[in-house]
Design a protein around this ligand. Structure first.
Ligand code: A2P
Length: 317
């Protein structure tokens, strides 16, 4: 099992199972199959609406004795409607109940965007909270308290820029262990990756396959297909592997963690086996030439008339 080292010396398995878009009714079986074939890292979130089924699957596997809790890295994420300081710990405790765990390995702020409590996806601008109403510094301080209380071992962020991380943690006592962002050859984010490395923050690449099953609201007519890109396909053919394996190994070559999603046993096995693929410097150079940048999870759903957030603020500060 390939691992990445975190700043404090802990290790996180480089390939994790993504569970965004894994349907209830399918995700439990996928988690159990993944653990049986050797996955030791599951990436979850409250908003994926499938944590109770994942919790049942984890408990079943742990109680059958093949896999121990302490051998599996489990991440979850704080949703936007619980950024206010007093809501952070209850949100984490709720996720722990759903996942049937006593402690998470990693808890991330899912987006740097806040909404009113119980408004999961705002449909009107006034359903958001402004950065002043829900300061990220206070959300972070509440997360630090969760670490001190033993509810999670590490904390971090998702969909943040270096500038937002810096502003949030300037006076923090615990630094983020992880920054999880969309990352693949169409969106390599070299500057963000270099900044994170310099600052001792590990990076997780989400949507590493270009997220072909993303929902309608995150889809644009012009979206290209990463799995069908000629360069990716020709490298895959040369190595006698499938395109997804090339994309997963690309992420590992760059020393990031990567969380491909699948609920299909064949593809779960393919994705884990990507760890054994050996890409050449020439393969990596060819993938560097892939046109971009192209962001699939664009964040347009956070830009509503009269609301405080824009796509430009999200990615370009
Ligand atoms: P499925 O779950 O049916 O296997 P991402 O991780 O970028 O979000 O992409 C997930 C999408 O990629 C899902 O549609 C998933 O389908 C598909 N996928 C996962 N693994 C593979 C693979 N090895 N080959 C082809 N498609 C894959």
């Amino acid at each position: 099992m390939i691992e990445q080292k975190l700043a404090n010396g802990d290790s996180i398995p480089s390939i994790g199972l993504g569970t965004w878009k894994s349907e209830p009714g399918e995700v439990g079986a996928a988690v159990r199959e993944a653990l049986r074939i050797g996955y030791r890292h599951v990436d979850c979130a409250r908003i994926y609406m499938n944590e109770p089924e994942i919790g049942a699957a984890l408990t079943a596997e742990f109680s059958e004795g093949q896999v121990r809790r302490e051998d599996v890295w489990i991440t979850s994420k704080l949703w936007n409607d619980s950024h206010e300081a007093e809501r952070v710990r209850p949100a984490l405790e709720s996720t722990l109940r759903d996942l049937q765990l006593e402690q998470l390995d990693l808890y991330l702020i899912h987006w740097p965007v806040a909404s009113r409590h119980d408004v999961l996806i705002p449909e009107r601008g006034d359903e958001f909270l402004t950065p002043e109403q829900a300061p990220l510094t206070e959300t972070w301080a509440a997360l630090e308290d969760c670490v001190r209380a033993g509810l999670c071992r590490h904390i971090g962020v998702s969909n943040f820029t270096p500038k937002k991380i810096e502003a949030m943690t300037r006076n923090a006592s615990i630094q983020p262990s992880m920054c999880q962002v969309e990352m693949h050859p169409y969106l390599p984010q070299d500057d963000l990756l270099a900044w994170c490395k310099q600052n001792g923050i590990a990076v997780t690449a989400y949507s590493p396959l270009g997220s072909p099953d993303r929902p309608e609201r995150v889809r644009r007519a012009s979206d290209p297909s990463l799995l069908e890109h000629d360069v990716v396909r020709s490298i895959a053919e040369r190595h006698n592997v499938v395109a997804a394996q090339v994309l997963i190994r690309w992420a590992i070559e760059r020393e990031t963690v990567v969380i491909p999603k699948s609920t299909n046993p064949t593809r779960l096995a393919q994705n884990l086996a990507a760890a054994d693929l050996e890409l050449t410097p020439d393969d990596m150079a060819q993938m560097r030439e892939i046109e971009g940048p192209y962001r699939f999870v664009y964040g347009a759903f956070w830009e509503l008339e009269g609301g405080p957030y824009t796509v430009d603020w999200l990615w370009n500060d």
